[in-house]
Design a protein around this ligand. Structure first.
Ligand code: DGY
Length: 321
């Protein structure tokens, strides 16, 4: 009888995913869903062939150095891999995979929700209904802006960006995008390509960030770039908090340069930025872009497909390092 590989699973995963893990692997689960410290992560990895983490576990250069030699693959339960020092993992010969595709629809849904919520002042209205402070109605009460037929700028026209564009077309929005490479015409669907962020910003009434966080994209949305947006523009971020200079964002929200922002991601997570939360013209969610049961299952199965491939001696489909 061959022994099954051992997998360290860092967070509580959906039952169906854990059932498959238990069937196919020796598995170290985390039923209490405790957040492991870097030291605990390193200790728990002792004797494990694989780690199946989320973006909540940080594989910094230091952690990677200290991982025991038995760890051969980090099969992420996430599409983003900015929590992983890929170079350090590569140097240790540890394979890294992610879970693309399966969360694109769910994340695009949240982008549209944020767009509507930010444009139509949903947070302010909802709070008023809950705290009983709705006292008045008049033509000037709670006036927001439409998203219908506005210009939507998308930075990062990958899987999520393309679905955001597709959903936004339902609101007759005019799509502009900036991406490393121009899309083939069939995928572009009449979206207007910009070869620089500087050219995209002035035509973006609403700007949606859909690119990964990499050393090149950190603080991509700076004060200088916000200044290039049309006055009263709206920022939507479902990608990563690190893309945005949060101080510059707050200044622009306070000055009225930006009408509002809809954010699902923050530089500090969990917790977010309490100064941003204090601003009324924000519509905020706690990093739930992929939080549907359908998507969580699909992410787990995709991570498992990558592990299965690796342990069958094949190249995992979603290898990123
Ligand atoms: C992802 O998959 O990157 C999501 O942000 C959740 O981790």
């Amino acid at each position: 009888m061959t022994t099954k590989p051992t997998v360290l699973v860092t967070r509580k995963l959906p039952d169906a995913v854990e059932d498959r893990l238990k069937r196919d692997y020796e598995v170290r689960l985390n039923p209490d869903d405790a957040l492991y410290s870097p030291d605990e992560l390193v200790d728990l990895a002792e004797g494990a062939d694989a780690i199946l983490p989320c973006h909540t576990e940080h594989f910094s250069g230091d952690v990677v150095q200290r991982l025991p030699d038995n760890v051969k693959i980090v099969a992420n339960f996430s599409v983003g891999v900015d929590h992983c020092d890929l170079e350090a993992l590569g140097k240790r010969g540890i394979i890294v995979t992610n879970t693309p595709d399966v969360l694109s629809d769910a994340t695009a849904e949240i982008a549209i929700l944020l767009m509507l919520g930010a444009a139509r002042r949903a947070s302010e209205g909802e709070r008023m209904m809950r705290d009983g402070s709705w006292r008045n109605w008049s033509p000037s009460f709670m006036v927001g802006s439409a998203i219908t037929r506005k210009r939507l700028g998308i930075i990062g026209m990958g899987r999520v960006g393309q679905i955001v564009a597709k959903r936004a077309r339902g609101f007759e929005m005019e799509i502009h995008y900036c991406n490393r490479n121009r899309l083939p015409e069939a995928n572009e669907q009449e979206a207007v390509y910009h070869n620089s962020i500087e050219s995209l910003l002035p035509v973006s009434d609403i700007l949606s960030l859909n690119c990964p966080s990499t050393p090149e994209t950190v603080s991509l949305l700076s004060a200088e770039r916000i200044a290039l947006l049309p006055d009263r523009a709206i920022i939507i971020n479902t990608a990563r908090g690190a893309l945005v200079d949060e101080n510059a964002l707050m200044d622009a929200l306070k000055s009225g340069k930006l009408a509002s922002a809809g954010l699902d991601v923050y530089r500090t997570e969990p917790g977010g930025n309490h100064d941003i939360s204090a601003l009324p013209n924000t519509f905020l969610l706690p990093h739930i872009g992929s939080a549907t049961m359908e998507t969580r299952n699909a992410m787990g199965f995709r991570a498992l497909d990558n592990l299965d491939a690796y342990f069958a001696g094949k190249e995992p489909k979603d290898r990123v390092a």
